[in-house]
Design a protein around this ligand. Structure first.
Ligand SMILES: NC(=O)c1ccc[n+]([C@@H]2O[C@H](COP(=O)([O-])OP(=O)(O)OC[C@H]3O[C@@H](n4cnc5c(N)ncnc54)[C@H](OP(=O)(O)O)[C@@H]3O)[C@@H](O)[C@H]2O)c1
Length: 270
């Protein structure tokens, strides 16, 4: 019997690429999104169904999970992928921008996990894959809120490995570097405030360095492949880095430590 994956934030980018990849691998796919009426670019297959799910709307989370179980029998894997980034000076962020960033990337991800755990527990098995980022392991300026959310996802997921492992649920973290999606375009929330001073020089250096970094982005299929590996891996591995940039930054931090990697960022941008 084919296995079933439920994916949040599947309208574009990593989520959509992963949905199509899993269908090609013979899985049932519940591709969930805020606006199913705009869905496009999906494999045409009876094994792929689209449901409405906004991670900020508990009713839509419960309904999408119930419909997936009713249509496909059970859910084997949850891919918590929905998320976006804020970028700009921390001082410029409004309370609403801060709340929406954490509500979407952290509280929303928690809500989907809490809603699906009873089902996986009842089955005695399941895998929850949370999309973090290399930004959940190393930091850059002007992404403080986004880093805060991804470091939260890292801690949550690592801790849940212990207690959910006890009831048969595996936890995984996907940590992509720069990926060519809508993340840096329509999904980015730019933080700015009229009259704010003190950051212009650093922002100019940061923008130049970021553009060079983004030019070397990996394609979303690289993430889809790693997610498939994480979904089918029988081992207890927790973290899956994606992209040479992510692997390079993590190696730097692991081998040389915090002070070294922060010094490198400061030299370039500070
Ligand atoms: N691209 C990168 O460089 C990169 C690197 C590391 C990690 N990531 C992570 O990868 C994940 C996917 O991002 P992406 O690169 O594929 O960017 P993307 O193409 O912009 O996709 C983001 C997805 O999240 C959805 N979303 C946002 N708020 C939502 C909400 N309240 N409820 C449900 N869905 C919501 C968007 O839906 P709508 O279409 O409705 O807006 C969209 O489907 C994110 O968690 C991101 O942090 C990306």
């Amino acid at each position: 019997m084919p296995k079933t994956i439920l994916i949040t934030g599947a309208s574009t980018g990593i989520g959509r690429e992963t949905a199509n990849y899993f269908v090609k691998k013979g899985w049932n796919v519940a591709a969930t999104m805020r606006s199913p009426e705009n869905a496009e670019g999906f494999e045409s297959s009876g094994r792929l169904k689209i449901y409405r799910l906004d991670v900020l709307d508990q009713g839509s989370i419960d309904a999408a999970i119930a419909s997936t179980i009713s249509d496909f029998g059970k859910i084997d894997v949850l891919l918590n992928n929905a998320g976006y980034g804020t970028q700009g000076p921390f001082e410029a962020a409004t309370k609403d921008q801060i709340a929406r960033q954490f509500d979407t990337n952290v509280i929303g991800l928690i809500a989907v996990m809490q809603s699906i755990i009873p089902h996986m527990k009842e089955n005695g098995s399941g895998t929850i894959i949370n999309v973090s980022s290399i930004g959940g392991r190393v930091t850059l300026p002007f992404y403080s809120l986004y880093h805060g959310t991804k470091w939260a996802v890292e801690g949550l997921t690592e801790s849940l490995t212990f207690e959910l492992g006890e009831v048969g649920i595996k936890m995984r973290l996907i940590e992509p570097g720069a990926i060519a999606t809508d993340f840096g375009g329509r999904s980015l929330d730019i933080l700015s405030k009229d009259g704010l001073t003190g950051y212009d020089d650093m922002m100019a250096r940061f923008t130049k360095a970021r553009d060079a970094f983004v030019d070397r982005s990996s394609p979303p299929i690289a993430v889809a492949r790693e997610i498939y590996k994480a979904a089918t891996d029988r081992s207890d591995r927790l973290r899956y880095l994606v992209g040479n940039d992510a692997k390079f930054f993590w190696r730097l931090r692991r081998i040389f430590g915090d002070k070294f990697i922060m010094g490198q960022v400061k030299n370039r941008l500070g």
